[in-house]
Design a binder for this molecule. Structure first.
Ligand SMILES: Nc1ncnc2c1ncn2[C@@H]1O[C@H](COP(=O)(O)OP(=O)(O)OP(=O)(O)O)[C@@H](O)[C@H]1O
Length: 361
């Protein structure tokens, strides 16, 4: 396994990029630690596959370098990078048994004898494939085949990294959760560097120690799932993670207060006067904006209440600005007049989409 350094790495599919918009991947510098479980998360077209293909060696970046454990691999082809890959669709040899399929990547690297047998049985056990070891690939379900593909990716103990490209796409929904938890357990047991590409926040948040959120060719935040939730570094992260996502409202901010639609809302941190032509917004997740009886907080108009089972979410308007807020269990809402109360420590300030760090008290 390896530490992966991306140094000023960028990629444009057009030969002479002139502006930011010509880059599928805008130049970035990041370190991905050895042994980490990373998820690359972002909507379609944000550059996930481009980045993954650069790491795997399928694509040579137009700018910058990729290092594995300090060694420059930018110009090396996939075969010379010592990585394993698991794709969306199973790669399984139908005429081979499950055992032979799992042993294939080891034998292909010249391994023979008891070492192969021990590793194949270890991986089969971890993936609950032991009872199927003698069965042929042909005739297995798509789920079972993808499990074997995962096993083939995980079987080599010496790989620099394992790259998963949306590996659970073809998996039955009820099995997805199980396989995701299994992958996480495998990561702990095998101590491998894993990079998992997905556009699904649940997949990313349940699999990864660190989630790399991409938007429009940039990495906008790398963080633990709880960090992405509590302190989104960019309004995009706030929108994309969480359901419903973070409320983002235009505001004027100075000192320890934000003015939103004419109402003054106290903040948990202090800010210098912000303007300078930048777009200033505050972000607050529905979990930290609570509906309250009229006259007890910032006045809002309730437009709808959705019962999501575990929580109720109110759609409200604050001076005409639409927002979502949590409805406390014991609050009965009658009519459309209500108030909002906020947790000031969980209100964030953004300038042109990026988080502004305030000063703590
Ligand atoms: N071979 C290519 N030639 C030109 N443009 C490309 C090529 N591959 C991707 N792009 C463009 O680069 C941008 C990033 O695409 P990429 O496939 O990396 O995104 P993605 O996040 O993986 O999306 P998806 O989840 O749909 O695969 C997109 O605008 C895409 O149209």
């Amino acid at each position: 396994m390896a530490r992966i350094d991306l140094q000023n790495l960028g990629h444009s599919y057009t030969p002479n990029p002139r502006s930011d918009t010509d880059y599928a991947l805008k130049p970035m510098t990041h370190v991905w630690e050895q042994g980490g479980a990373y998820a690359l998360l972002g909507p379609s077209g944000c550059g996930k596959t481009t980045l993954l293909n650069i790491i795997s060696g399928l694509l040579t970046p137009s700018e910058g370098r990729v290092l594995f454990d300090g060694k420059d691999v930018t110009a090396l082809p996939t075969e010379a990078r010592n990585i394993a890959q698991v794709f969306q669709f199973p790669v399984v040899y139908d005429t081979m048994t499950v055992y032979e399929n799992l042993a294939f990547p080891l034998r292909n690297r010249g391994l023979r004898g008891p070492a192969v047998d021990a590793r194949v049985r270890e991986i089969a056990e971890l993936l609950d494939l032991t009872p199927d070891l003698k069965r042929r690939g042909r005739g297995l379900t798509a789920d079972a085949k993808q499990k074997i593909s995962l096993g083939r990716g995980l079987v080599r103990p010496d790989v620099a990294a394992i790259l998963f490209d949306e590996p659970l796409t073809v998996i039955d929904p009820h099995l997805k959760w199980e396989l995701r938890s299994k992958l996480k357990a495998l990561h702990r047991a095998l101590d491998l560097t894993m990079i998992y590409v997905t556009h699904d926040q649940t997949e990313a948040l349940t699999f990864a120690d660190k989630v790399v959120v991409m938007h429009d060719g940039r990495v906008v935040q790398i963080g633990r799932p709880d960090e992405l939730f509590a302190k989104p570094a960019h309004v995009f992260v706030g929108h994309f993670i969480g359901s419903p996502g973070m409320n983002v409202l235009p505001a004027e901010v100075a000192g320890r207060a934000a003015k939103i639609g004419g109402h003054v809302i106290p903040l948990g941190r202090a800010y210098p006067p912000l303007n300078g032509g930048e777009k200033i917004e505050v972000g607050v997740r529905p979990e930290f904006a609570t509906l309250a009886p009229a006259g007890t907080g910032v006045p809002v108009r309730v437009t709808r209440i959705d019962d999501l089972g575990r929580v109720r979410i109110a759609k409200v308007e604050l001076s005409g600005l639409p927002m979502a807020a949590t409805v406390p269990e014991n609050l009965s809402v009658t009519g459309d007049e209500a108030s909002l109360t906020f947790d000031p420590s969980m209100i964030h300030v953004y300038a042109n989409g990026s988080l502004v760090e305030g000063e703590a008290a």
